[in-house]
Design a binder for this molecule. Structure first.
Ligand code: ARG
Length: 463
């Protein structure tokens, strides 16, 4: 026999079987069970403090819910599609166990404030986990940056070799993106962590509820100020997903560079055997799967953001059943992002950079031309004239297949008489990067300082 519907009073016929499958959410929202039980216990404790529930009823409810939680933890709980969602499955099981006290739990509450509460608790826990693993990934990057502070590589604009930079500087640029992501998650957490409980279906409740009490027990920072908004607002999910999409976009950009760098054309990096796979036909292959999958998975998280925005657009106040559709995108974004962060945090410490290949590549394409121009400017030549002179010298070097520091002094002096033998100090890759010795610059000395600052900031988060 089908379980009795908790809302069945005004219905006489059975629910259509297809409708039941169409409407159920328990196949995915069962994941909210811990938050649901926590919220129910807080609500019942508050009702009992307010004299709405007897102490005995509260004790039975709390015990019953904890038993059910244990059963679910152990995988012994039987979920029923006919009972629609996680909330009604748990409530029905409670009543089956403890009788009338179970039927009193829903006093002064609706599934509308209940589900909003569960989602906020679930997301808050998820954000806390993400902030933690994001920190682990940042830590791995900062450690690598420290080790590679003096490693020279080509810096690119338009994907063309532009000026030499240090690898540590590049890795710290990635860390900056992730640092902003961390800030965004933290900021978003503040708006997630607000309690809708007590808003009931939409208008509030006629029972003397103590909303501060339930908010405090559940670790919320504040109580939602308007009951209509409390049950209908899903901004907190959209906002989180926007932040998550941006993290994924950053991971995807990093991944793209790793794919390029690990390919034979660059040969800058070995991603480690433990994080690559082979080809079933080409024995020589070692594919950068982690990077490619991360890049690929960014698509679903961006897609989830669009799904959520579209879900809310056009919804009148207050709760509408549409909102049941917020769960799968949110769960998917949380799961996907956490997995990508974890695997990248595990992979980076195993990555080896090929310093000589990076150095050789950095030397191609006359990347110290700007340094020659700056040298002329320091000797009093206006920058535009210097630019012209250097263009000529680069032309000669390119025609003769020479690096700039291989062009003879006499040849350079043909284009400018201020050039002296000290010019060679600035034409080398080492001289070029060392010269950019200011806050935010690529000089090894600055990168070491920046890596230390970043490491200190990460350590302070934990404190
Ligand atoms: N499963 C529903 C959801 O996820 C719970 C709230 C249902 N509320 C209602 N009035 N039918 O949104």
């Amino acid at each position: 026999m089908n379980p009795k519907k908790l809302w069945g009073g005004r219905f006489s016929g059975d629910t259509n079987a297809l409708m039941e499958t169409f409407s159920e959410s328990v196949s995915f929202d069962w994941r909210l069970y811990r938050q649901d039980i926590r919220g129910s216990i807080a609500h019942a404790r508050m009702l009992s403090a307010a004299g709405v529930l007897s102490e005995d009823d509260f004790a039975a409810i709390e015990r019953g819910l904890r038993d059910i939680e244990g059963e679910i933890d152990r995988g012994e709980f039987r979920w029923s599609e006919a009972l629609e969602d996680v909330h009604m499955n748990i409530e029905a099981a409670l009543t089956e166990r403890i009788g009338d006290a179970g039927k009193r739990l829903h006093t002064g509450r609706s599934r509308n404030d209940q589900v909003a509460t569960d989602m906020r608790l679930f997301l808050r826990d998820g954000i806390d986990r993400l902030m933690e693993v994001l920190g682990e990934l940042q830590h791995a990057l900062v450690e690598l940056a420290r080790a590679e502070a003096g490693t020279i590589m080509p810096g690119f604009t338009h994907m063309q070799s532009a000026q030499p930079v240090t690898l540590g500087h590049h890795l710290l640029a990635w860390n900056q993106m992730l640092e902003r992501d961390y800030q965004r998650l933290m900021d978003c957490r503040g708006r997630v962590n607000v309690s809708p409980l007590g808003a009931a279906a939409l208008a509030g409740t006629s029972y003397p509820v103590d909303r501060e009490m339930t908010a405090k027990e559940l670790g919320f920072d504040a109580v939602a100020e308007n009951s209509l908004d409390a049950v209908s607002d899903r901004d907190f999910i959209i906002e989180f997903n926007a932040a998550a999409a941006l993290v994924m976009v950053h991971l995807s950009r990093m991944a793209e560079e790793l794919v390029l760098w690990s390919g034979d054309a660059f040969g800058f990096v070995d991603l480690g055997d433990a994080f690559c796979t082979g080809s079933s036909i080409m024995p020589q292959k070692k594919n950068p799967d982690v990077a490619e999958l991360t890049r690929g998975k960014s698509g679903r998280v961006c897609g989830n953001l669009v799904a959520l925005l579209t879900l809310m657009k056009g919804q009148p106040l207050t709760y509408n059943r549409d909102n049941q559709e917020d769960k799968e995108p949110l769960f998917d974004s949380l799961d996907t992002l956490e997995l990508c962060l974890r695997v990248l945090a595990a992979m980076f410490p195993q990555v080896t950079f090929h310093r000589e290949a990076m150095y050789r590549a950095a030397g191609r394409g006359h990347p110290t031309a700007t340094d020659l121009a700056d040298y002329l400017v320091r000797k009093g030549v206006p920058f535009r004239d210097a630019h012209e002179v250097v263009g000529k010298v680069v032309g000669i070097a390119a025609a003769d297949h020479l690096a700039l520091e291989q062009v003879p002094l006499g040849v350079m002096q043909r284009y400018s008489d201020v050039i002296e033998s000290d010019v060679y100090d600035v034409l080398t890759l080492e001289g070029s990067v060392a010269a950019r010795d200011h806050v935010g610059g690529t000089a090894p000395r600055q990168v070491t300082i920046a890596a230390e600052n970043a490491a200190r900031r990460l350590a302070q988060r934990k404190a």
